[in-house]
Design a protein around this ligand. Structure first.
Ligand code: NOJ
Length: 540
């Protein structure tokens, strides 16, 4: 493989930043763009002392009344003052690009904020020219919404607007009215906004709720199914995943293809992911596979998911894996096992970073950040407030980044918008940088090894264990390189026997292990693994 065909979104590692929680430069308790700029060298300074990521995805930084912490955009072409200014953003792009870090913006075009000027106009009167930019309907009058659709965050998807005597649709909060993609003016307006960022050097977009742009033209009721919450008690066949949505995504792909090396990654419904790759070349470059977010610590489950992905994607489509994000419990806590928790985190990291596909990291996972415990009175997340104690919301995975052992973990000199995790005196970047056995040191070695190993980026994937019980083992291969990845998911030592016919060589050298091994050579078709060992070997 020629060395110079590196394509950042396919071969690189992408790191999600939740900007409110990453680094606060001005002491107001909220992370901001200058704070991110100050830590770019941490992310990649070109040497293995840094993490070595190739791109950052920023959760929304646009003006917003923050009912859903930025996923309710009130202006698509500016920066919220909490995060900084457009000048700060320009500086971020410039400084990131200097370090080879690409910038991915979150793009929320299923809905806007109710404070967006478009919605303010739309709701001002029934004959306003922007009335049809959102989805309005008479229903049967107050108390009788147009259909049975339920909002993800609870309650009906329809809110009655007293002033104009109609309902408007929102798949999330009432403060997040859905845009009407059946109106071509919406298409034009949102694509214009995209140009604004593309022309500022943005390298890619993460498309929020991308499988819901279109709704059923006749607004038919969803059929019933069994479930816990009202939202789960219906099949969402009429409010999500309508065929017309693919037209928007194909148009987006055409737009991005006019610029060099631009990328779009879709947040689409589980169970429909493959559809949003189109023919592999004409829809999203990547779609998040959220299966791992729901997978318990069981190698069989992981293997099954990878296998489905490996066989199910259209030709040319590229997989994409993720273990944590701003919507789910952090995987360190999901997979915690007392004194073995760090060891498990290293196994999980090795899997994420050595499978065939683009890995997305979530800020803090590289230091083993745990899910935060947020007292009821301090909950910020709207669904957390609504459903507590049944569901405590998403604040626990959004707590401030832990930089050092100072008060507030070096995140802010002020009062942080969410409490800092109590473990920060031990779990932090500064302390872990001094410890060669820390989770952070392991992530660094792993990412830099991946960078230097074409087989781990582009190589084929072959599973070596048909029915895994406690271990996973797979090969990643290019024409001239073979890498063997072995993962022990259990606290007992294990011997893994391979079918020699499956191996390209019987001589292997350990490139990286999560434990210290006596011998860095493995000869033959069996390997001994220590408890929770993650081991990467190169063919010799
Ligand atoms: C998905 C985002 O990841 C989530 O944080 C947000 O609340 C919803 N979309 C609504 O935009």
């Amino acid at each position: 493989m020629p060395k110079n065909d590196f394509l950042w979104w396919r071969d690189g590692v992408i790191y999600q930043i939740y900007p409110r929680s990453f680094a606060d430069s001005n002491g107001n308790g909220i992370g901001d763009l200058p704070g991110i700029i100050e830590h770019l060298d941490y992310l990649n300074n070109g040497t293995p002392d840094s993490l070595g990521v190739d791109a950052i995805w920023l959760s929304p930084v646009y003006p917003s009344p923050m009912h859903d912490f930025g996923y309710d955009v009130s202006n698509y072409h500016d920066i919220h003052p909490d995060f900084g200014t457009l000048e700060d953003f320009g500086r971020l792009v410039e400084e990131a690009h200097k370090r080879g870090i690409r910038i991915v913006m979150d793009w929320v075009m299923n809905h806007s904020s109710h404070e967006h000027a478009w919605f303010v106009e739309s709701r001002s009167s029934r004959d306003n020219p922007k009335r049809d930019w959102y989805i309005w309907h008479d229903g049967g009058g107050p108390g009788k919404p147009p259909n049975n659709w339920q909002a993800v965050f609870g309650g009906s998807s329809w809110t009655w607007d007293e002033a104009t005597g109609q309902y408007y649709l929102h798949l999330f909060l009432p403060e997040q009215p859905d845009l009407n993609w059946r109106n071509p003016e919406i298409h034009e307006a949102l694509f214009d906004e995209l140009h604004f960022w593309l022309d500022r050097g943005v390298d890619g977009f993460r498309l929020d709720v991308a499988s819901a742009y279109y709704k059923d033209a006749e607004l038919r009721n969803n059929p019933f199914r069994l479930g816990l919450r009202p939202y789960d008690r219906q099949h969402h066949i009429h409010d999500w995943n309508q065929p017309e949505t693919h037209g928007v995504i194909r148009d987006l792909r055409k737009l991005l293809d006019q610029y060099p090396e631009r990328m779009a990654v879709g947040e689409v419904s589980r169970g429909h992911i493959v559809e949003y790759y189109g023919n592999g070349q004409d829809e999203f470059h990547l779609n998040f596979n959220f299966d791992f977010l729901h997978q318990s610590w069981d190698p069989r489950g992981f293997q099954r998911m990878v296998q489905q992905w490996e066989t199910g994607l259209p030709p040319g489509a590229w997989p994409c894996y993720v273990l944590s994000n701003h919507d789910v419990t952090r995987h360190y806590s999901r997979y915690a096992a007392g004194r073995w928790s760090d060891a498990r985190a290293k196994v999980a990291a090795t899997m994420l970073l050595t499978l065939r596909g683009t890995p997305f990291l979530y800020y803090g996972e590289e230091i083993g950040m745990r899910q935060g415990r947020i007292p009821h009175a301090q909950i910020q997340d709207p669904p957390g407030k609504r459903y507590w104690p049944l569901y405590k919301g998403r604040d626990g995975c959004r707590t401030p980044m832990q930089w050092n052992d100072w008060p507030n973990a070096g995140f802010t000199t002020g009062s942080p918008w969410l409490p800092v995790n109590a473990d920060h005196p031990l779990v932090n970047v500064a302390a872990e940088s001094q410890d060669p056995n820390s989770v952070l040191s392991f992530y660094r070695r792993l990412i830099w090894l991946r960078k230097a190993t074409p087989a781990l980026q582009r190589g084929s994937y072959t599973s070596l264990i048909g029915q895994p019980v406690g271990q996973l083992a797979y090969l990643r291969q290019t024409e001239d390189q073979a890498v063997l990845v072995c993962l022990n998911f259990f606290s007992r030592p294990a011997t893994v026997e391979f079918d020699p016919a499956m191996l390209p060589t019987l001589g292997w050298r350990v490139l990286l292990s999560s434990v210290s091994r006596e011998d860095d050579r493995v000869l033959g078709s069996r390997i001994e693994l220590a408890p929770f060992e993650a081991c990467i070997l190169g063919g010799v």
